[in-house]
Design a protein. Structure first.
Length: 318
């Protein structure tokens, strides 16, 4: 990293911290009474509840690692502990650093030191892309399975997705590549092939079924954690409502605009729960504790992942 890029990187962090700090200062000065109401509700969460939610959050990260590991080409599959180390540390980095730095770490950490023509950083980027696609597909399946889309459609009534133009654009791009660009950009074609090798697992019915099943478990654990927290605020969410809340939340934090998503995470989740009838103070309490316990789980699993990585390095050196 050059001196200029380092300066730009730290400047972004300072700006993000300033925005978050300014927002917290404004809230504490203008919404002091509301904050006191939220704080008064925090003792409702028992130690058993907190411990269970942390366990569910840690289990979610394990399922994420298992899902990624199952997408590996069988001939290049590494140890599950290596994938868990990379994923847990990467998720911790994503929680605190801007621009999804943790995803870059996952790829860099899992790339073999000895160069392989059929398995390299581009292949791992393809696997990460496949992982995101499976994650999204399983989420959509659960939204429709629990009927959460009925709640979601109320927020998007009257809006349509221009599928026709998206499909036309994809056809034009594919035709341009085949007849005009492929010959001119041979190296780009090679890179594309290496990237597509990472998506190959999606063509295997067995691998696709297994990874989709694991991805469903990833989302169910988070929904269960949200249900557990709402239960202690005397407004238990159904799974349909939980997935509606998760839909709003993930749309809000799709583009990271603050450190650890502080602010957008709590605001979007609290907004979704109030739309379902939960009192604002209880919704803010659930959202704040849910986010805080997720960060705790990231730190715990990230520390375990770092220890596993160090242990592997020591064993290799020996």
């Amino acid at each position: 990293m050059t001196k200029q890029s380092k300066k730009s990187y730290f400047l972004k962090i300072v700006i993000a911290l300033t925005i978050v700090g300014g927002g917290l200062f404004w809230v504490s000065n203008t919404q002091g009474a509301a904050i006191q109401k939220v704080i008064a509700l925090l003792p409702n969460f028992s130690l058993t509840c907190i411990a269970l939610v942390i366990l569910l959050d840690c289990l979610q990260i394990f399922f994420m690692s298992l899902r990624f590991w199952c997408l590996y080409p069988k001939e290049h599959r590494t140890l599950i502990r290596n994938v868990f180390a990379a994923m847990s540390i990467g998720q911790s980095m994503n929680a605190f650093l801007p621009a999804r730095a943790g995803d870059f770490y996952k790829i860099a950490s899992l790339t073999p030191k000895s160069a392989k023509s059929d398995f390299n950083m581009l292949t791992l980027t393809g696997i990460l892309t496949a992982d995101k696609l499976v994650d999204l597909a399983s989420f959509l399946v659960l939204i429709f399975a629990f009927g959460s889309y009925k709640e979601s459609l109320k927020s998007y009534e009257g809006q349509t997705i221009p599928w026709k133009w998206i499909i036309i654009g994809m056809v034009v791009l594919a035709a341009s590549w085949q007849f005009f660009l492929k010959k001119r950009f041979g190296r780009l074609a090679l890179w594309a092939i290496q990237f597509l090798k990472g998506l190959r697992s999606l063509l295997s019915p067995l691998q696709l079924f297994v990874t989709l099943t694991i991805a469903v478990l990833v989302w169910l654990t988070e929904a269960l954690a949200l249900y557990e927290l709402s239960l202690y605020q005397h407004f238990p969410l159904t799974f349909s409502q939980a997935f509606f809340c998760l839909t709003v939340l993930n749309l809000a934090i799709a583009v990271p605009v603050s450190v650890a998503n502080i602010g957008p995470f709590e605001a979007s989740l609290a907004f979704a729960m109030t739309q379902l009838g939960m009192p604002l103070e209880a919704a803010l309490a659930v959202a704040t504790v849910h986010h805080a316990l997720q960060v705790v789980a990231y730190l715990l699993t990230g520390s375990l992942g770092w220890a596993l990585k160090r242990w592997s390095m020591v064993n290799v050196s020996d």
